[in-house]
Design a protein around this ligand. Structure first.
Ligand code: ADP
Length: 245
């Protein structure tokens, strides 16, 4: 899917529907209002870039969407399931079956090879890809027996992406996936994420504070001070190597 639809998704086709979502953290005597009323629908297969300055609420939003944190008020529906009313058991199942995260730091196990790092999650998934297929999809078929310390930062991030997609999640949530990488390597990693979204149709959300990435997605959401301040569809995705960083 390269061309973006200009129409806003109707809630009926939404993978995620967010309504009046708020999150307040208590920090000592002070309340920090990280999200102050977010409304959002994410359509199946979309590649969505979430932009905003540090502290605008991006990670809080992603963590709530991924079932890692709970909302203070408001609702999040994943397909027909109300995550904000879900039991701990249902949330665990949601995290295990439907969502995968990619973080800025790769969180690989140093004593395991690339293949073993991926196999660790596919061993417990219900319909996984073969670990070597997942690594092939991120361009690392010649590195499967390397340990993380023998791989560059970009390669380690690609192992982390292979590990994420090998479970065939419905949703891929990426929190600053290129934040620790130089520009050239960041482009390669974004190309992998973009290509996997096209090939597998996995609904993908990417958080970044880098405004240059706005064109990469089908859609770009801007957050400021805990609110969505703009929500735009790109007519066409800009390939990562054409982005001016
Ligand atoms: P972003 O990802 O855009 O940098 P965050 O979602 O991490 O923003 O943070 C939004 C706001 O919530 C910030 O003011 C941050 O300091 C605050 N915050 C985030 N997590 C916590 C926490 N666990 N406890 C207290 N405040 C937090």
């Amino acid at each position: 899917m390269t061309a973006a639809s200009a129409a806003r998704p109707s809630p009926a086709e939404a993978v995620l529907s967010v309504r009046e979502l708020t999150k307040t953290y208590r920090a000592g005597e002070v309340d920090v209002r990280a999200l102050r009323g977010v409304d959002l629908d994410i359509t199946s297969g979309e590649l969505v870039v979430i932009l905003g300055p540090s502290g605008s609420g991006k990670s809080t939003l992603l963590n709530i969407l991924g079932g890692l944190e709970t909302a203070t008020t408001g609702s999040v529906f994943y397909r027909n399931q109300n995550l904000t009313r879900a039991s701990e058991k249902q949330l665990t199942e949601y995290r295990r079956e439907s969502v995968a995260f990619v973080f800025q730091f790769y969180n690989l196990i140093p004593s395991l090879t690339a293949l073993e790092n991926v196999a660790l999650v596919t061993d417990i998934a219900s319909n996984p890809m073969k670990p070597d297929e997942a690594l092939d999809r991120v361009g690392l078929s010649d590195r499967i027996h390397h340990f993380p310390s023998q791989l560059s930062g970009g390669q380690q991030q690609r192992v982390a992406i292979a590990r994420a997609i090998a479970r065939r999640p419905d949703l891929l949530l990426c929190d600053e996936p290129t934040g620790a990488l130089d520009v050239e390597t960041g482009v390669l990693v974004m190309e992998v994420i973009e290509r996997l979204n096209s090939e597998l149709g996995t609904t993908t959300l990417i958080i970044t504070h880098n405004a240059a990435m706005a064109g990469l997605g089908d859609r770009v959401l801007r957050l400021a001070d805990g609110l969505v301040v703009s929500d735009e569809h790109n007519e066409q995705r800009v390939p990562p190597h054409d982005i001016r960083w």
